[in-house]
Design a protein around this ligand. Structure first.
Ligand SMILES: NC(=O)C1=CN([C@@H]2O[C@H](COP(=O)(O)OP(=O)(O)OC[C@H]3O[C@@H](n4cnc5c(N)ncnc54)[C@H](O)[C@@H]3O)[C@@H](O)[C@H]2O)C=CC1
Ligand SMILES: O=C(O)[C@@H]1CCC=N1
Length: 289
């Protein structure tokens, strides 16, 4: 395997929203040429054509040429849904070799299950949990490596996801927690934004104005935490005048279990990742019997 992100060939299997988010980061920020990226999808040729037109990636409708492209890739990224994972990884069994790197973005799917499906414990596997903000280079990705991943491959995988945002290298069991926090996290913020916009509308603002104010408020709040380095709790206190408007709002939120709900949501998502992983593993075990 060559040693820089810009000089390797990457194959994506599964051409959904997560694959596109990473591809866009690689091209816009990682210096990867579109022609070094091959994309395969189970169906929907129109989707592959759209990705080719937007990013200049390669694809083919020919099964033998597809297999050849996967065999020749330095890095193969699996980006299909957990329900398709067992079948999808099994199909790669005869195509991968140990000089390649397999990168998974699939929630819950463990390195052990992947190695088992490939029937090759020596296959270098990187399990990751990115998020959709990778699309604009503001992703947050958790990464862990199988024992077979060498130093150069670690660097390549880290560089791949650094080109889409920040990277946090964690022990594999913690990837479920990363899933609960930053993998699913954008949805929590969007949920909050939906509710804030609704509050603005119910208070008399038109929806467009409520949306504009909400977006800037969320952007500004995140940037304040990032640029001042202050704790969110401290910044919250600075907004909250004694017996003022914010205090009234926060008391209502606290009374309805806001903090506890959000904390439990993170943990529930993590637990769900673990359940999804266990279901894939169980289905593989029962099929092998
Ligand atoms: N959407 C998100 O926010 C995040 C998703 N993920 C993970 O990314 C993975 C993909 O999610 P999305 O992109 O949202 O899914 P998606 O449903 O948009 O895309 C998956 C694509 O894979 C294709 N596919 C399925 N089996 C295949 C096979 N054997 N060979 C080739 N193509 C195959 C499907 O036809 C589909 O086009 C999931 O496993 C999810 O856990 C991870 C982090 C965040
Ligand atoms: O909802 C899901 O299962 C995926 C994984 C993290 C974000 N979306």
């Amino acid at each position: 395997m060559s040693n820089t992100l810009a000089s390797i060939n990457i194959a994506f299997i599964g051409a959904g929203s997560m694959a596109e988010a990473v591809i866009r980061g690689l091209i816009d920020k990682g210096g990867v040429q579109g022609e070094r990226i091959f994309v395969a999808n189970r169906s929907n040729a129109a989707r592959l054509q759209e990705l080719q037109q937007t990013y200049g990636i390669r694809y083919t409708q020919d099964e033998a040429a597809k297999e050849q492209a996967i065999r020749q890739a330095d890095v193969v990224v699996i980006a299909f849904k957990p329900k398709d994972a067992a079948e999808g990884v099994r199909l790669l069994r005869g195509l991968l070799n140990e000089r390649q790197l397999l990168v998974s973005v699939i929630a819950g799917l463990s390195i052990e299950t992947i190695s088992g499906l490939l029937e090759n414990p020596r296959m270098p596997v990187v399990r990751t949990m990115p998020n959709t903000s990778s699309t604009i280079g503001l992703g947050a990705t958790g990464i862990s490596f199988s024992a077979a991943v060498n130093a150069e491959q670690r660097q390549i995988a880290t560089d791949m996801f650094r080109s889409t945002g920040i990277v946090s290298i964690v022990d594999e069991p913690l990837l479920d927690t990363v899933t609960g926090l930053s993998g699913s996290g954008p949805a929590y913020i969007y949920f909050m934004m939906e509710a804030m916009i609704e509050g603005g509308v119910q208070g008399g603002l038109n929806r467009e104005e409520a949306r504009r104010l909400t977006v800037q408020t969320v952007l500004g709040a995140a940037r304040m935490v990032e640029t001042t380095g202050e704790e969110p709790a401290e910044l919250r206190r600075k907004v909250t005048s004694p017996n003022g408007t914010t205090q009234a709002a926060l008391e209502l939120m606290a009374g309805r279990g806001f903090s506890e709900t959000v904390t439990q949501a993170v943990l529930r998502s993590a637990e769900r990742a673990s359940e999804i992983g266990a279901a894939i593993s169980d289905s593989v075990t029962s099929q092998n019997k």
